[in-house]
Design a protein around this ligand. Structure first.
Ligand SMILES: O=c1[nH]cnc2c1ncn2[C@@H]1O[C@H](CO)[C@@H](O)[C@H]1O
Ligand SMILES: [Zn+2]
Length: 425
């Protein structure tokens, strides 16, 4: 029996009890499907008491940082990076990164995420784990030159080699992007070359922007401009697709640039709360028609990869901040994590539609916190804990009834524990 023909019977799909047929890696049909299905060739999943949702899309993370979970809590960004995270990251290698990525993929699959947009190091280790776990990902090598010319050359060379390595894989599930870390860690020369490279290879740029007041002050002192104005002054946003993570502190002029240049925003409310960076002006961005998506950031600043928490917090935090309970409703925050994420990554998924990629999750509704089963789409935002039942990515069933089909979970935990001890010793 091939996993790649799959019929989900009698589930809630787009608010209605119906069936969903997957052929190869595509949602072939949604409706009442009985006829002409070859039961020998088709895997049938009982969807009774279950809801089908599009797999979630995490648009900003550093996946191997699962190994940094809990190691440096309760610190501000610059102290956290300079004195804790960067010294530990100096000990990384491809094996450690591989172990952290296996764990991260497992955690994401179990909480309904099927695609993630990543920025990190040792991409050969990340690629290997993503491939084995069957996830969809866009990967970028995180470049930091700290304004040093030699370092810049090395970082650009490394980035280009990674682009070639990933393109050569020809793996439909694994895409590549460019990841200049941020305007306070990357020189103008590096950013300009990144822009050229993004055009040359026709790939997106993934960058941290306006996360803290400190970094904005640093950029302003150096350039006389706020970060978005500075990058815009040398055409960084022209003719390329950009995913800007955080965007916590923005001037009206910067919001105008984001709108005009069609920059995708990755909102990471939990990371921003934990590092006390601030609260992003998401309602204002939505009002301006800007594409808002959701990210968890790495497990050093979250400390998990459960995007359902991000959906809930993004619906709550702006209500509290604006004293307006009507702001960011359940449909909007759910779309941040699905449809909008797909748009940012230029993928045909994030919605349950015929012809779209078969990246989906099934949730068992027989849970105390999902009863009564009447307003399920509200429950998914405000009361679900993220534990999904079954996950299908690119037409492959990777988890069924809470059990991973092709990987040994215990081995992943063991590997991650071992890798962690290598990092801290
Ligand atoms: O919230 C954050 N702000 C800035 N840098 C971060 C954050 N989270 C992780 N990293 C850092 O970004 C680099 C990845 O290329 C890593 O050094 C990682 O620790
Ligand atoms: Zn980050």
């Amino acid at each position: 029996m091939s996993d790649r023909n799959c019929l989900i019977k009698n589930a809630i799909v787009n608010g209605k009890k119906q069936d969903l047929l997957i052929e190869n890696n595509i949602i072939k049909k949604i409706g009442n499907i009985d006829d002409a299905i070859d039961k020998e060739e088709t895997k049938v999943i009982d969807g009774n008491n279950k809801i089908v949702i599009p797999g979630l899309i995490n648009t900003h993370t550093h996946i191997p940082m699962t190994l940094f979970r809990g190691v440096a809590d309760d610190l501000p960004l610059m102290d956290w990076l300079n004195n804790y995270i960067w010294p530990m990251e100096a000990k990384l290698n491809a094996d450690i990164v591989y172990a952290g990525t296996l764990l991260g993929c497992l955690e994401m699959i179990k909480s309904g995420t099927t695609t993630f947009n990543d920025m990190y190091f040792f991409l050969d280790g990340i690629v290997k784990a993503v491939d084995e776990m069957g996830m969809r990902a866009v990967l970028s090598y995180g470049m930091i030159d700290l304004f040093d010319g030699e370092k810049r050359k090395k970082e650009l060379k490394n980035a280009e080699e990674n682009i070639k390595m990933i393109k050569k894989l020809n793996n439909e599930r694994i895409g590549v992007a460019l990841g200049p870390h941020a305007p306070y860690t990357c020189s103008k020369e590096l950013l300009m070359e990144v822009h050229e490279m993004a055009k040359k290879y026709n790939i997106p740029i993934h960058i941290h922007m306006n996360e803290t007041l400190d970094e904005i002050k640093m950029v302003k002192e150096k350039t006389g401009m706020r970060p978005f104005e500075y990058l815009n002054s040398f055409g960084f946003f022209d003719g390329v697709s950009v995913i800007a993570a955080h965007c916590v502190h923005l001037s009206d002029e910067e919001i105008k640039i984001i709108k005009e240049k069609k920059i995708n925003v990755s909102h990471n409310p939990i990371s921003n709360l934990k590092l006390a960076s601030g609260i992003a002006p998401i309602p204002k961005l939505v009002e301006n028609g800007i594409n808002v998506t959701l990210g968890t950031d790495g497990c050093g600043s979250n400390n998990n990869l459960n995007l359902f928490e991000e959906i809930k917090i993004s619906s709550l935090i702006h209500k509290g901040a604006t004293l307006n309970p009507t702001i960011i409703n359940t449909k909007q925050s759910f779309e941040f994590a699905t449809k909008n994420g797909a748009k940012a990554l230029d993928l045909k998924c994030g919605e349950l539609k015929e012809g779209y990629l078969a990246d989906i999750a099934l949730i068992d509704l027989n849970k105390p916190f999902l009863i009564p089963k009447e307003n399920i789409y509200s429950h998914l935002v405000y009361s679900f804990n993220g534990n999904v039942d079954t996950v299908i990515i690119d037409g492959n069933v990777v988890m069924e009834n809470g059990k991973m089909l092709n990987v040994n979970e215990e081995k992943i935990y063991e590997k991650a524990e071992k890798a962690y001890y290598k990092l801290i010793n």
